[in-house]
Design a protein around this ligand. Structure first.
Ligand SMILES: Nc1ncnc2c1ncn2[C@@H]1O[C@H](COP(=O)(O)OP(=O)(O)OP(=O)(O)O)[C@@H](O)[C@H]1O
Length: 633
């Protein structure tokens, strides 16, 4: 099957609002446009996020209960300090002081304990919810149609499934719930201070409006800096993904330095974006600290006067100072956590958008049972376009009608781009026809259960894709009903067995990612064995034209013959022997059948097939002579 990713990825896609921004570095598909979220959307998003938290709600609410407990133990400490000073130290009466010290120690201990418990439990619940979310995303993405993956670059999808989830995780672990705790603490401090001395409290709070304005300004800059980081991360990912998957081309065309330069530029932007956010963060930290110190100054200035006039006790002054210190920490944290929350909301929007994508092959509500044998496949006036809104130029398959009888071996030939791969994709329902029908024994294939239908096919594609894992795993593809004997039998038939047993651990030999540690001939033999082990009703074969030595070629040829002999086969033929052995050859041109018949019949026609034959099989020593012989006969 030809690889169309490169062409389609670059086509404008009006339905995709998350179009990649083409970065200066030149990598494609790098970076997402961050979105501004309205409050209503935030609420809707929060509701959906909650649906993932709901199963763990008992833990969640218990954590919420722990927050005021931790706050109370924390805020009891300055009060105990006040009691120690005013009731024991100032009157020089140390009798009950150990009790106050013990109470202070207990408050510190219990506050730490409550925080620890709250943090660990929250993480437990949060990690479970994220686990569920990741699982849901993966399962969902697997059900999307092949067309969806052709339209969306891998890098983009990967970013959504990794860094967006990470951002949610970050907000969950260090943000959301502690924000509630911060707010509780703030409100409690305001209440306590007003209760203890409302005048000093109001004087202390004079700086707060100024602080809030400053925080709002910083929040704005921090948020922009944060978004920039996310855009740069996406660019970095996309570039990495592209250069690693395309490493062979990069090295063959000695493009390493260009790729490194591009990476350097993106890396530099990423570094700058990070530095920017750190700068604003540090500024915010410093400003809050400074404002805090000014407040302490005001309290000492005003409070000491009050103490000297005996209107206020020293203990109360110390407690005030302590409370104010504790007041500024949550204010600073709230500003930072708000940004985390914003980013998490933007990420969840992208995550839910992917989860809501319903770009999949429709399944039959009440599927018709699939015939168990003797498939008669039929294309009935089939039209197909890869575009959702086809125009006259975009039809790839045009009013195609033909049938494949049970057991028949059909060869598809035609120039590149004629639509051969598309026909096989339609047959396996990787795409649905735009118009017309594909039938099995007279029943529209859309009426069958999709998985059951697909299971009746086995495909050997040009790129014999192998997964990282053992040979056995690659042959069975996780189907445990295939016995070892059946596997060996399949491998023997297609001559893969000797090659497998050459490895000391035979069927347990580990194959590298994409079969990187195998030759192309070996990969082909394994994919033949895999197809046979699936015991399909229909075999789809897109013959690879990889250069293999003569011995391997003979083995592969024989394997193909044996494969095709077993069931109905549709072959995109590149080998002379394959088309010669086909019961029927369909010659395609721009999505239409222009000739069909057996090899001999078509040669005798002296039309397109003959020209194609001479062009495509000219490398075959006997081809030209055979054409001449056939024609003269
Ligand atoms: N996913 C896709 N999105 C859009 N257009 C596509 C897609 N796949 C294929 N096409 C277009 O459909 C046409 C037919 O492609 P197809 O792969 O079926 O041809 P083919 O006969 O198998 O060619 P080849 O022998 O080169 O593999 C081509 O013009 C191709 O550009």
């Amino acid at each position: 099957m030809s690889d169309k990713n490169t062409e389609t990825n670059q086509q404008p896609d009006s339905t995709d609002e998350l179009k990649p921004e083409r970065p200066s570095g030149g990598a494609i598909g790098s970076g997402f446009k961050e979105q501004t979220l309205g409050n209503t959307t935030d609420l809707a998003l929060a509701k959906r996020l909650w649906s993932f938290m709901r199963p763990y709600r008992v833990t969640f609410f218990f954590c919420l209960l722990l927050l005021p407990v931790a706050s109370a133990f924390g805020l009891a400490q300055p009060h105990l300090l006040q009691v120690a000073i005013d009731d024991y130290l100032v009157p020089r009466n140390l009798d009950g002081l150990p009790w106050v010290v013990a109470a202070f120690g207990a408050a510190v201990f219990l506050q730490a304990g409550a925080r620890y418990l709250q943090f660990v439990l929250m993480q437990k619940a949060g990690q479970r919810a994220l686990y569920d979310l990741r699982q849901r995303m993966f399962s969902h993405v697997q059900t999307l149609s092949v067309g969806f993956f052709h339209r969306h670059p891998t890098g983009r999808l990967m970013t959504r499934m990794t860094t967006d989830i990470e951002s949610l995780q970050e907000a969950l672990s260090s943000g959301m719930i502690t924000m509630v705790g911060d707010i509780i603490t703030l409100v409690a401090i305001v209440g306590i201070l007003l209760y203890k001395d409302w005048k000093l409290a109001l004087i202390s709070f004079t700086v707060v409006p100024f602080l809030l304005v400053l925080i709002a300004v910083f929040r704005h800059f921090l948020r922009a800096a944060f978004r920039e980081i996310r855009v740069q991360i996406a660019r970095l990912y996309a570039h990495l993904q592209e250069s690693i998957t395309g490493i062979e081309i990069v090295q063959l065309f000695v493009r390493e330095h260009i790729s490194a330069d591009e990476y350097r530029a993106i890396n530099e932007d990423y570094r700058k974006a990070n530095l920017n956010s750190v700068r604003y963060d540090a500024m915010l930290y410093a400003v809050v600290e400074a404002v805090g110190s000014v407040t302490v100054g005001i309290i000492i200035w005003y409070g000491s006067g009050q103490v000297l006039e005996n209107v206020m006790t020293i203990g109360l002054l110390v407690a005030f100072l302590e409370y104010m210190q504790r007041f500024f920490v949550p204010i600073r944290d709230l500003a930072q956590k708000y940004n985390l929350l914003q980013s998490a909301m933007a990420s969840s929007e992208r995550i839910f958008e992917l989860l809501d994508t319903d770009d999949r092959i429709p399944v039959a509500a009440a599927p018709t049972p699939l015939p168990t044998a003797d498939f008669r496949l039929e294309f009935e006036n089939v039209w197909f376009s890869y575009s959702d809104e086809p125009d006259d130029d975009s039809w790839i398959i045009k009013d195609l009608s033909f049938a494949i009888e049970p057991g028949e071996k059909l060869a598809l030939v035609g120039h590149t781009g004629a639509g051969k791969t598309t026909i096989t994709s339609l047959l396996m329902r990787l795409y649905d026809v735009t118009r017309g029908r594909i039938l099995i024994n007279g029943i529209d294939i859309r009426e069958f259960d999709l998985n059951e239908y697909r299971r009746s096919f086995a495909a050997v594609l040009q790129d014999s894709f192998l997964f990282r894992g053992t040979i056995r795993e690659n042959l069975t593809l996780g189907d445990e009903s295939v016995s070892h004997e059946e596997l060996v039998e399949a491998a023997r038939i297609v001559h893969a067995h000797p090659m497998i047993t050459r490895y000391s651990n035979g069927y347990e030999h580990l194959i590298a990612e994409r079969g990187a540690n195998l030759s192309s001939g070996e990969k082909q033999l394994l994919s033949f064995a895999r197809a046979l082990a699936q015991q399909p009703h229909v075999l789809i074969l897109d013959e690879a034209t990889a250069n293999v030595d003569t011995d391997t070629e003979t083995i592969i040829q024989d394997a193909i013959d044996k494969l095709m002999a077993r069931q109905t086969s549709v072959v995109i033929a590149h080998r002379l022997s394959t088309i010669q052995k086909a019961n029927r050859i369909i010659v395609l041109h721009k999505g239409e059948i222009i000739e069909q018949g057996t090899h001999q019949e078509l040669l005798a026609l002296d039309g397109h097939y003959r020209t194609l034959y001479q062009l495509q099989y000219a490398f075959d020593g006997n081809a030209a002579a055979e054409v001449d012989a056939t024609i003269s006969a």
